[in-house]
Design a protein around this ligand. Structure first.
Ligand SMILES: Cc1cc2nc3c(=O)[nH]c(=O)nc-3n(C[C@H](O)[C@H](O)[C@H](O)COP(=O)(O)OP(=O)(O)OC[C@H]3O[C@@H](n4cnc5c(N)ncnc54)[C@H](O)[C@@H]3O)c2cc1C
Length: 386
């Protein structure tokens, strides 16, 4: 492997994949490293919203989701204490993360990027003109070093790839819930494709979608206490489904393997530093509802290339400040709505009131969902669009 790269991207999720695609298309020498072997499953509702689709289209990848078998999503079915409400969704899709993340990286490789899997990256001290990055190969156990003039940290919720003295603090919000998810075989007709089925309970919520392969994807956010009782995530999910009045898929009770995440809602106080930019979940996390998480990650990935190009010429404090503003303008503002929603859903009375409003005035709720889906592309010049 060559040892000096224009840009090294840590993480092969939507943020890293899109940044790799964009930077490679602009002729940069791109290395993407991912610690897991692909394709990999991850806890996620697998729903893509209109903004995600708009970013992909703007990069010439408008068919990527459909070509991978992505299914359209046109409604959000909410369940609370045996009552139901359905909202329409604009231009939604569902596609498994195994297929989506892999396809995005393939597109980046086709554009000229190099990708390496089963390798963990750790940024080391800065040197004039580049960052040194340590790579640990999981298969051989060997450690090597590469240099990169810019590093993009797209390493997800619990990234630990920055040196301690530059990493800052990831502040976990009070009452933050934990994510959990699994995939089950379910041939019932309770959860048809085309909808996100969202069960809301007192100690969390569960989103169920039918994937392109017919399997049922479950992803939820639960209070920590709910996960520490009984059989953990299985019981917590079952409890939420029962409370909402949604049927429990029989295979769930047989104890499928669940994956858990650490506490979800968190702020990162460092999103840029000497020759690195942080993006996607690594830059802070707010619980998404109808496909916002990947849209935010893709938006950040799409905003990076002009900053990298500028940083190749000259790295400045002003560039770091503009990156922070760009994240705030394109993602922070949209996250405010989801943050407010997740805070309501942690309290039974406001949840009931919100549900009543949704049932009586679905058009008001639909306009909130539409605002989260509104298309906004980052500037091609590295300027925050205010
Ligand atoms: C319960 C739940 C449901 C969700 N549902 C949805 C949904 O329906 N729609 C939606 O849009 N979003 C949803 N999300 C959010 C979505 O999953 C994330 O926002 C999205 O994956 C963020 O993308 P990313 O590229 O920032 O990080 P990730 O997708 O997490 O990718 C980061 C990658 O970096 C790799 N990595 C980490 N450290 C290193 C290292 N040191 N070296 C190399 N590689 C490393 C990891 O292995 C990982 O593959 C959900 C999240 C949860 C928890």
């Amino acid at each position: 492997m060559q040892t000096l790269w224009d840009v090294l991207i840590i993480g092969g999720g939507p943020a890293g994949g899109l940044a790799a695609l964009d930077c490679a298309k602009q002729g940069m020498r791109v290395l993407l490293v991912e610690q897991r072997s692909f394709p990999r499953w991850k806890v996620c509702g697998c729903c893509f919203n209109n903004q995600a689709q708009a970013i992909l289209s703007s990069r010439g990848e408008s068919n990527l989701i459909v070509d991978c078998g992505g299914q359209t999503l046109d409604s959000l079915r909410l369940g609370l204490r045996g009552r139901e409400a359905t909202l329409s969704l604009p231009n939604g899709y569902v596609l498994s993360r195994e297929r989506f993340d892999q396809a995005l990286i393939h597109a980046a490789i086709k554009a000229g990027a190099t990708a390496r899997f089963a390798i963990t990256a750790q940024i080391e001290a800065t040197s004039p003109g580049y960052r040194r990055v340590r790579l640990k190969d999981h298969q051989s156990g060997a450690t090597s070093h590469v240099k990169a003039r810019v590093v993009l940290v797209a390493a997800g919720l619990c990234q630990r790839c920055l040196p301690k003295n530059e990493a800052g603090q990831s502040r976990i919000r009070k009452q933050s819930r934990h994510g959990a998810g699994c995939v089950v075989d379910d041939d019932s007709d309770h959860y048809p494709s085309g909808a996100i089925h969202m069960a809301i309970g007192d100690q969390g919520y569960v989103g169920l979608v039918r994937r392109e392969d017919g399997l049922l994807n479950l992803a939820g956010a639960f209070d920590r206490d709910a996960l520490s009782q009984g059989r953990g995530a299985v019981d917590a999910a079952q409890h939420v489904l029962n409370q909402a009045g949604f049927p429990v898929p029989p295979t769930l009770q047989r104890g499928q393997r669940w994956q858990l995440t650490p506490a979800l809602s968190r702020n990162a106080d460092v999103v840029a530093g000497e020759r690195f930019l942080v993006m996607g979940d690594a830059a802070g996390y707010v619980e998404p509802f109808t496909g916002e998480g990947m849209a935010w990650a893709l938006t950040a990935g799409a905003a990076a290339a002009p900053f990298v190009l500028e940083g190749l010429e000259r790295w400045t404090g002003d560039l770091e400040t503009r990156w922070k503003t760009t994240l705030q303008v394109h993602i922070g503002r949209r996250q405010m709505v989801c943050r407010a929603l997740s805070s309501v859903l942690k309290r039974p009375v406001p949840t009931t009131v919100l549900f009543e409003l949704v049932t009586r005035w679905p058009s008001v709720a639909e306009s909130i969902v539409s605002s989260l889906n509104e298309e906004k592309l980052p500037s091609a010049k590295g300027e925050p669009c205010l």
